[in-house]
Design a protein around this ligand. Structure first.
Ligand code: HEC
Length: 105
């Protein structure tokens, strides 16, 4: 009995470790994509005051994800963003949303 409890505690510990490692990886991937692609228009932290592009830092992750999916399936129209979001996978979208939502605006 003791052995079973011990084993299940170990398993629970390993599972939560894996989850946090995965989240770190996806924020990292999102950061990379944001630096290479998105920051050209949106900036990373502080877009210049006169930038015509909406800021993304600190915005709700669920909002960013749904906006990007709408651009991807063209239910939200923007020539620029329809093109960019068209090449993003669900995983890419989750990654950049996790990255930008975690930044201080
Ligand atoms: C070439 C410039 C450009 C690039 C690069 C770009 N965007 Fe955009 N983005 C825009 C413009 C312009 C808008 C406003 C479009 C509109 O009117 O809906 C926008 C809007 C958005 C919005 C909606 C914001 C809101 O307030 O509703 C999100 C989310 C977004 N972009 C995410 C991204 C992400 C993530 C990337 C990188 C993968 C990216 N964008 C790359 C120009 C760009």
């Amino acid at each position: 009995m003791k052995a079973i409890i011990f084993t299940s505690m170990m398993t629970a510990g390993l599972v939560s470790f894996n989850v946090s490692a995965q989240q770190a990886a996806s924020v990292y991937a999102g950061e990379h994509r944001a630096e290479v692609v998105c920051s050209q228009c949106h900036g990373i932290r502080m877009p210049s005051a006169d930038a015509p592009f909406p800021p993304l830092a600190g915005r709700d992750a669920a909002y960013l994800e749904s906006a990007l999916k709408q651009y991807r399936d063209k239910t939200r129209k923007s020539d620029i963003m329809n093109n960019i979001a068209g090449s993003l996978s669900d995983q890419d979208i989750e990654n950049v949303a996790a990255y930008y939502s975690g930044l201080k605006p």
